[in-house]
Design a protein around this ligand. Structure first.
Ligand code: C2O
Length: 448
């Protein structure tokens, strides 16, 4: 162990019993340790109640790059540079930003913020406290984070403000984004199936881990992480906040949540559920998740929103009946879907249970009706419905069931009654690495 590391650990109290005594506060050290996964042990958290006086738009990365926005862009870049230059022991440094995320998604953490209703709320607060730190350090109270609107067909490559080296938005372990999925395809970043999900518990999860796994964690969220270079930090869930583009990606996930609400869906009552962060004064805080439901209280709105293709009050949902490994289309929905579907249809598949049948390093899977062989290109295979992908974290994948919402408009045309859904592992080029096997899932719902 190096001297620096020793000195660092010396300042960092690793106190299991105290953490236990505080009850619900998260562990502040991960077994992997290291400055990017360790936080000092503070006194009990104080409540933080967001009530910003002014609502300022968060712009897209493309909008802030427009002519006329040079000053705003420079202020944003410089502010990120200020955080990145803080000493790593400072609890609001870039290193400790990474640590707050790392400990909350460590393999040892039974309350991983990605697998329950903290997925949207925790990341909203994470961005908000970073925004407050940027505002304070730069003395620019109107400074807001930016978002990467990858659902927009014009924004399917890395936003240009992040690309040049030698500036605070650059990250060297990002890699060259020229793999098979760049530019990102429509399918990878399709937000429509998510915007259509009627209930928050399905969209954003519940208080209980994987009950179900939130659909918003999958789809575009996972696909954007996964389409960075293998070995690049964005592709490793636990350490992805090392890359400044992480915050723009999550800005868009946050905007997806805002858009889902503005489309007419309802947020739940989160009761006394809390999330924990250091604020810009370096005070350890908790925020009630109920205080995070309305982003205007956090002082921002989005310059534009995502809009559902079908008004949400016209959507209906039908649970498919399960018969062994097969699912039966509900008769009320079947006629609509067998005709050339005039309106979009989405399939919400919750908690896929048989991913352990596949090699552990596989993160992407194709979902089909029928049984494609190994070695075929998934998206051109007969019966292809869509993709579901886990994100590697540390060195492990398959950390539980996956849920996914897919656009199956016209893809199910002609299918009546029983639906033989299958799943097959995919390689990085999108080919099946083995023949598909019957899909095992807790629940499947048709929305349309
Ligand atoms: Cu906390 Cu996209 O991950």
């Amino acid at each position: 162990m190096s001297l620096t590391r020793r000195a660092f650990l010396h300042q960092t109290l690793v106190v299991g019993p105290v953490v236990m005594a505080l009850g619900f506060e998260p562990d502040r050290v991960d077994a992997q340790g290291g400055p990017e996964c360790t936080l000092p042990s503070p006194p009990p958290a104080q409540r933080f109640i967001p009530k910003e006086l002014k609502v300022v738009p968060r712009l897209s990365a493309a909008e802030i790059a427009d002519s006329g926005k040079e000053t705003q862009l420079k202020q944003f870049r410089d502010a990120v540079g200020l955080v990145r230059n803080l000493p790593q022991t400072d609890v609001i440094s870039w290193t400790k930003e990474i640590a707050q995320h790392c400990i909350n998604c460590a393999p040892s953490n039974t309350n991983n913020v990605h697998y329950n209703w903290q997925f949207l709320t925790w990341h909203r607060a994470y961005l908000y406290f970073l925004e407050r730190i940027l505002r304070t350090l730069s003395k620019q109270d109107d400074l807001r984070l930016v978002y990467w609107d990858w659902e927009n067909a014009k924004s399917r490559v890395l936003p240009e403000i992040y690309a040049p080296s030698g500036q605070p938005l650059y990250w060297d372990n990002r890699g060259n984004l020229s793999g098979p999925w760049w530019p990102l395809t429509n399918e990878l970043v399709d937000v429509q199936p998510l915007l259509a999900i009627p209930d928050f518990k399905d969209f954003g999860g519940t208080a209980t881990q994987n009950n179900p796994r939130p659909a918003a964690y999958l789809g575009p969220h996972a696909n954007v992480h996964n389409n960075f270079k293998p070995g690049g930090d964005m592709r490793n869930l636990q350490y992805s906040p090392r890359d400044p583009v992480f915050y723009a990606h999550h800005g868009n996930i946050d905007r997806l949540w805002t858009s889902w609400v503005k489309a007419g869906h309802k947020n739940p009552d989160f009761g006394d559920a809390k999330v924990y962060f250091y604020d810009e004064t370096r005070t350890w805080r908790y925020v009630l998740m109920n205080d995070l439901r309305d982003e205007s209280k956090l002082g921002y709105r989005y310059s534009t929103l995502m809009t559902p293709k079908t008004p949400v009050n016209q959507l209906r949902q039908f649970a498919l009946q399960k018969a062994g490994a097969r699912f039966k289309l509900p008769s009320a929905a079947a006629p609509k879907i067998t005709a050339a579907a005039p309106t979009p249809h989405y399939l919400l598949i919750q908690n896929i249970r048989n991913l352990d049948k596949f090699p552990a390093q596989i993160t992407e899977f194709g979902i089909f009706v029928g049984t494609p062989a190994g070695g075929v290109e998934a998206k051109s295979a007969k019966g292809y419905l869509g993709l579901v992908a886990e994100i590697h974290s540390g060195d492990h994948a398959h950390q539980g069931p996956l849920s996914v919402a897919l656009d199956v408009t016209s893809k199910l045309a002609g299918v009546k009654g029983d639906l033989d859904l299958t799943i097959a592992p995919l390689d990085d080029s999108g080919k099946t690495t083995a023949a598909a096997i019957p899909l095992v899932a807790d629940k499947i719902t048709l929305i349309g």
